[in-house]
Design a binder for this molecule. Structure first.
Ligand SMILES: [Fe+2]
Length: 370
């Protein structure tokens, strides 16, 4: 649930009703304001700094009826949930008001306190969900614009990644439709762009992510941590998008000192790129530390041992495994099968130096039959 500060407005010409409702809602720790008539209520709505989240209005009031007042209140406070309270059997007016979208619920006098409380709680939850949804849609739209802008600049610079941009656009469309997959789609869009610009890395993110998931699951991490690790492992190198264009096709041994300084910034850049959503904060931390070493000799922060997030330690091993394995396949197929050090032997030799010994042990178990 969000931290929305709710306020309920009660509009009724009968003081006893205003008093009873206020006393009831005060038990919920929700601030209540009240007005005896439409004009006062509209004045309150238009002058308040914080919006009113729920309006409860009596139907029968002198001058103007509740349904008409609630319709007017929409202009001032369009997001508020609106309840109509009626002590009379004028259902036609209620049905008409519901049909016109003027009210969300109606309550009959006398009301049942428990039922009313439950309806109010449910409505406030609905208000929060709608607002959270609006916030995410706004964020997605902003992010989509940024990605398109970014994609256009890239297209001008690099002709051959047209295919990746098309894939990116498809992913972006799905962002609008599927908010629940928002983060994963965005990360995949970034990833496809990285891999299209650096063909030698194609499939690296997905393979590392699969291995990380298997290792993390074996280590018994929670579902939430598992999701963070999966996402971070997919995205661990997206910060490389910020490398200078000339570096994309170079291997690390071709880097100048300046190139290397820039390269070492990719974990931080990656962290910044996923911080568009507060929900990716943990994944961002994992991305930031995926090049730290157990003995503190890594980067960017030179932290070690228990200061490194577990997900980052797992990625470090899976990342090295996949990169070296791929490199060996390219340079010398079958290396490691003829007595020379294998990838796994290299990783085990780095236990306690680059890699966490426990993570290395789990890695050996997971890859034993691969
Ligand atoms: Fe990396």
């Amino acid at each position: 649930m969000t931290t929305t500060q709710h306020t309920i407005l009660i509009v009724d010409d009968e003081e006893s009703i205003r008093f009873s409702l206020a006393r009831l809602f005060n038990k919920l720790d929700i601030p209540v304001i009240s007005a005896a008539g439409c004009d006062d209520a509209l004045e309150m709505l238009s002058t308040r700094k914080e919006p009113v989240t729920l309006i409860i209005s009596d139907q029968r009031m002198p001058g103007i009826n509740g349904a008409e007042f609630l319709e007017k209140s929409r202009a001032v406070c369009p997001d508020a949930i609106r309840f109509l309270l009626t002590g009379f059997s004028d259902m036609d007016a209620v049905v008409d008001a519901v049909n016109k979208g003027q009210i969300h619920r109606y309550l009959k006098k006398p009301w049942d306190n428990d039922e009313l409380i439950s309806q109010v709680k449910e409505s406030l939850k609905q208000y929060e969900l709608i607002n959270e949804n609006k916030r995410l849609l706004k964020l997605t739209a902003k992010h989509t614009r940024q990605l398109f802008k970014f994609g256009i600049i890239m297209k001008q610079k690099v002709q051959e990644h047209g295919k990746a941009i098309a894939k990116l656009k498809t992913s972006l469309k799905s962002l609008d439709k599927e908010l629940k997959d928002n983060h994963l789609n965005t990360v995949n869009a970034f990833l496809s762009l990285v891999e299209s610009l650096m063909p030698s890395t194609e499939g690296h993110g997905s393979r590392v992510s699969l291995l990380c998931r298997e290792m993390a699951a074996k280590m018994g991490v929670s579902e939430k941590d598992l999701a963070d690790i999966e996402l971070a492992s997919l995205a661990h190198d997206i910060g490389k998008l910020k490398l200078a264009e000339g570096m994309w096709q170079k291997s690390k041994d071709q880097f100048t000192e300046e190139d290397m300084d820039m390269y070492k910034k990719h974990p931080e850049e990656g962290q910044n790129m996923v911080l568009f959503s507060p929900r990716l904060e943990n994944a961002g931390k994992i991305i930031r530390h995926h090049h730290e070493h157990f003995d503190g000799s890594g980067w960017p922060d030179g932290i070690g041992d228990t200061d490194i997030p577990l997900g980052a330690k797992i990625i470090a091993v899976a990342d090295a495994y996949d990169r070296i394995k791929k490199m060996n396949e390219t340079v010398s197929p079958g290396e490691g099968e003829d007595g020379s050090p294998s990838v796994s032997e290299y990783i085990n030799a780095q236990a306690g130096i680059k890699f966490d010994p426990e993570v290395t042990r789990v890695f050996s178990e997971v890859t034993a039959n691969k």
